[in-house]
Write a new protein. Sequence first.
Lengths: 329, 281
Amino acid sequence: MHESMSDSVSVTPKRVLVSIPPQPGGRRRAPRVSAHRRREARTAYVFLAPWFLGLFAITVGPILASLYLSFTDFSLLEEGTWVGLDNYTKMFTEDTRFITSLKVTTIYVVVSVPLQLAFALGLALALDRGLRGLPFYRSVYYLPSLLGGSVAIAILWRKLFGADGLVNSLLALVGIDGPGWVSDPDTALGTLILLHVWTFGAPMVIFLAGLRQIPQSYYEAASVDGATRWRQFRSITLPLLTPIIFFNLVLEVIKSFQSFTQSFIVSGGNGGPVDSTLFYTLYLYLKGFKSYEMGYAAAMAWVLLLIIAGLTGVNFLASKYWVFYGDTK
Amino acid sequence: MPFLFRPVRGGRLLKHALLLGFGLLMLYPLLWMVSSSLKPEEIIFREPGLWPSEVTLENYSEGWTALKHSFGYYLWNSAVITGLSVVANLVACSLAAYAFARLNFPLKKLWFAIMLGSIMLPHHVTVVPQYIVFSNLDWINTIWPLVVPKFLATDAFFIFLMVQFIRTLPRELDEAAAIDGAGYWRVFLQVILPLCMPALATTGIFTFIWTWNDFFSQNLYLTNSDNLTVAVALRQFLDSSGESSWGPMFAMSIVSLGPIFGFFLAGQKYLIRGVATTGLK
């Protein structure tokens, strides 16, 4: 078992040879090699020991426990009993707040991710190719990505878009009487979307790295042939950038579906006003750790896992039709 | 002459003006928060401008002592958790990365695939059972639920980052050391790790920023007013003061962002490179 497996992965021939003292006749070589490999494998498992322990104790174990709990009405206060699929059916048939949270999160992801990536791509294109002061602009645009997840920025946002906040005092200068953006159910989610778009710097840096991979000679050849800049963008930049766009899309969808801090702080911890900012993970938190319906929260966690796996799967399937990998077409 | 006085094309100038203007628009909220934290409470919302007509440090002194403990106490709590997390990620992730990048062992490809898969796993899927386990261990209101998982390399993102980095190092270095009689541990400690400094720096800086910013876990596990971190303390501040005292709250928000900003300035190179190569946030 061990030998056959380690044969299938690449070995470092030099190293194996070095460790074998030169001996006449090949008969004793094989056992020495496998002894060496066993020692290497043993060492590898020692190096991996913390990771293995974490994988089983912190990740795999809890996932399975979570699956079990999702079929019970367990709460921290009392032992749970087996309730079968009750949690799942309740979610989709009775629990209107659950449906609301799903809707709110979907709108948030569907609106904010494309907007964020559009800004990221647009600015990356503007900054590309020998622009003076690139590092400066890159830092300025990237800084919000680092700060955006913090409580401090969420507090700031709440005050920017409050009834007497900065946005409204600026609007008042031009004579517009703005609403209380975060306290109005029609606009509260919009402020969170704006906050997400504001953090476009991280995907922008990834786009910039991708743009740098495109050989300058392609553009030179295209301009010799008389292609306009727009044509160059359509026929060279965009197709060659599709893998990066795809990568950013998958990453941002997964990440934004799990947003928590912003809605928690901006709404004051309840997803208000009238559940208009009730993100999925916030509702999960309220269920699991405020009303201690942990079985229900575990079921929600599994639905979240399936949604994210499904979205990622759909993304990968759809990518066949629009992502261009240089060697396949 | 053309080298000295190359005519600046109007288009390029316009582009810089637009980029600068947009940058200013992006940073305006931050700059406004800094300026507001220095204004007397009653003029904060009367003045949308950045330049304070009256400067005071009152907000800082008031905010510093507004909660049960001084804000320095919460900064220290955050620093302890963040520092331990950085050490933990550096040690645990580099150990695992070396094994994945350089050693051969049975089922390597499978384990590697599982490691990559765990990066994408939503944290919320595991949080309920983890909470139950940690509460059975009596770890609620201690730093252990926040720190122990990091010692077990659960931030697999960084394993991936370091694997990618180690793969770019020439294997001849390992082999030369092996010829000189170095075992795996000495190769790891004396050849690989010193060459991994850029990847270690990226890991350290990102761990710092993520842990410092983390609100979900800290809010979940730290509920006792004696062991709050900066993130949770700020939230309590918001709750206790309601819609008043924005000046002190802005001041403490600025204080809480200070360390992140410092790391951003000091480690920009590693941050940008880390984002560009692995898609970290």
